[in-house]
Design a protein around this ligand. Structure first.
Ligand code: TYM
Length: 321
């Protein structure tokens, strides 16, 4: 069976952006692929948070992912720092990428600004991300639009590394960015992507009252007509995208369905749809919580074997063993 790989940071609660941009797409391919999902606590350290419980959040994210409908038998979720081979491979790759290529990464520049100055982990982050992917010989990787540049760099590193050792040691997977929902925007500030590092994202664990409040307060415009135009009508277009994805329609169909509603009526309809979807996830989440540690342990044992084998192969080529 071909293998799918992706990662999600352990920096906070899962958002509606993660769900619509990523998780929903994994649900669709899980019958065809062996699915590996990594909860990246090492990546989350790039913006250090005092008193942050990475393990607790990691367990919450893992339970939520299964609650979204990923199947336990075929979907191996694990926590990055549990498999130390990631860090080791990242180091072995790092001679094949220049500091200037890394300091030109958009995300590095953006996040550096937030922090006033960039730290070393933030700079080398894309190298660790490449290592994540190579360690499991992934055939397919799906990510949201914000990760495109990191994937280009990953390809680049593989080509240089493979050239240097004269071998196809690192596998370049097929990278897919979903066309619709690849970028769910912030509700209050729809010029920016919805992100768990901002304050007003919609969390998958938000209760119905909170969902209602956040959607009612979401930015719209004064036209009171529902159609898709992300430049002129960023807020409504974002809500329309969310609506279309949750009701499994194309944007055009959703526009047609909603054409006679005003913004208030549309928002009430969206709130119902969201709460119906999230309600199902919340129910399953409670079932997974008490079992999650045990499931992760089993997954880690299995993946550790794959990671060790791959790393040994690479080290052999470097003449390290
Ligand atoms: P992270 O944790 O920021 O986000 C996890 C995934 O969700 C997507 N995403 C979104 N999609 C649509 N709209 C949004 N508002 C939105 N916000 C987030 C992201 O694109 C991502 O696919 N560097 C990665 C994690 C990572 C990884 C990897 C991914 C580490 N190693 C190896 C793939 C392969 C990140 O920070 O994702």
């Amino acid at each position: 069976q071909p293998r799918f790989f992706t990662g999600i940071q352990a920096s906070g609660a899962l958002t509606l952006g993660n769900y619509l941009g990523l998780i929903r797409n994994i649900l669709e391919i899980q019958e065809e692929y062996e699915v590996i999902i990594m909860i990246c606590d090492l990546h989350s350290l790039t913006i250090p948070k005092p008193n942050f419980n990475y393990r607790e959040i990691g367990h919450e994210i893992a339970s939520l992912l299964y609650a979204c409908g990923l199947k336990e038998e075929n979907c191996k979720i694990f926590i990055q720092s549990e498999i130390k081979e990631h860090v080791e491979l990242a180091y072995l790759l790092s001679p094949h990428i220049t500091v200037s290529a890394l300091s030109n990464m958009i995300q590095y520049k953006e996040k550096k600004r937030e922090q006033e100055s960039g730290n070393l982990a933030l700079l080398t982050y894309p190298v660790l991300m490449a290592a994540d992917i190579f360690l499991y010989d992934a055939d397919l990787v799906i990510v949201g639009q914000d990760q495109t540049q990191h994937l280009e760099l990953t390809t680049n590193i593989a080509q240089k590394f493979n050239n240097f050792y004269g071998q196809k040691l690192l596998k370049i997977p097929q990278f897919t960015i979903p066309h619709l929902g690849a970028k769910i925007m912030d509700l209050k500030n729809p010029q920016k992507k919805m992100s768990k590092s901002e304050n007003d994202f919609l969390a998958l664990l938000d209760n119905p009252q909170v969902v209602a409040k956040k959607i009612k307060e979401a930015e719209t415009d004064s036209e009171n007509r529902i159609y898709y135009d992300p430049t002129k009508k960023a807020g409504i277009s974002n809500l329309l995208t969310i609506y279309a994805l949750l009701s499994k329609q194309e944007i055009k169909e959703a526009e047609k369905e909603l054409q006679n509603l005003n913004y208030h009526q549309f928002k009430l309809k969206l709130i119902d749809l969201l709460n119906e979807n999230l309600g199902k996830i919340h129910k399953k989440y409670i079932d997974y919580q008490p079992r999650i540690k045990e499931i992760l342990k089993k997954n880690t044992e299995y993946l550790k074997i794959l990671a060790t084998q791959k790393l040994n192969l690479i080290k052999k080529e470097i003449k390290f063993n």
